[in-house]
Design a binder for this molecule. Sequence first.
Ligand SMILES: NC(=O)c1ccc[n+]([C@@H]2O[C@H](COP(=O)([O-])OP(=O)(O)OC[C@H]3O[C@@H](n4cnc5c(N)ncnc54)[C@H](OP(=O)(O)O)[C@@H]3O)[C@@H](O)[C@H]2O)c1
Length: 298
Amino acid sequence: MTTITQTAPLGDRTVRRIGFGAMQLAGPGVFGPPEDPDAARAVLRRAVELGVDHIDTAQVYGPDVVNELIAEALHPYPDGLVLATKVGGARDERGEWVRASRPEQLRATVEQDLRTLRTERIGLVNLRRQVGGPEPDAVPLAEQLGALTDMRDEGKLGLIGLSTVSAGIVEAALEITPIAEVQNAYGIANRTDEPVVDLCREHGIAYVPYYPLGSAFTGGPRALAADPAIASVAAGHGVSASQIALAWLLAHYDRMLLIPGTSSVAHLEENLAVDGIGLDDEDMAALDRVAHLGAPSF
Ligand SMILES: NC(=O)c1ccc[n+]([C@@H]2O[C@H](COP(=O)([O-])OP(=O)(O)OC[C@H]3O[C@@H](n4cnc5c(N)ncnc54)[C@H](OP(=O)(O)O)[C@@H]3O)[C@@H](O)[C@H]2O)c1
């Protein structure tokens, strides 16, 4: 039986391994306000009430909408709450995701995060390298990380992470500054990023998978429930397929931090209960047979 630790290091902090991804709180297409802002704020309050101390957000969610909901629901923030944001992208007037990864754009995004989250310091900022398509970012990594380390020196952010990056970029970044987390697309049915998970294991870096339930964009949770291996292990434990997908992630690497996204209090409560699910060797072997479902490529 795999023993699941409840907390893990995130840079020099320690957080609960199950946090909250706030992207689902924006309107359709992660653009504009949600239909029911009160319900969105209730999800955030319930998360903190249940012990969540790590919330993933971004200026691009809305834009600004999700940060503002977080501030309205939770400010003044409880001690120990780590708010993690990401820079490197922006939204155009039609809501398309576009690159904004030059050093001055990274700084402007962090400044906007500080304003909308109503804080003087962001706990962690992820540099997202790939935005709006597969083309590599032409801005040198050292210049981007230079902008973030300057803001860290100024006290505007605590930790630096990377998102949507290859193993090569992680290695190059580690030559420049400590990296607290890597946030890439990964999950039980999308394991193509395994080499980066291995690299994080080697360096003791937190790995924070986005799309841990396969993503709303591609109907992930429904597809997980239709997989026979997941369905059978879920039935054996009397839990949902989504819970098995999350429990597998917790068992796979002890510095895997979860940020499942939901706009529903019921799903939030379900997701926070997975650290009590003990997967044994037989379960883990069965779950190795899960079919690859992939994830959106952005
Ligand atoms: N670094 C990046 O570039 C990047 C990219 C994408 C996402 N992210 C972050 O990663 C977080 C997670 O990704 P995600 O939200 O896109 O995808 P996800 O967590 O894989 O899936 C979210 C979907 O799962 C549903 N869901 C959640 N809990 C469920 C449950 N217990 N049972 C059934 N369905 C459930 C949600 O619907 P309901 O709302 O109905 O629960 C939503 O449709 C985001 O919130 C965001 O913070 C980062």
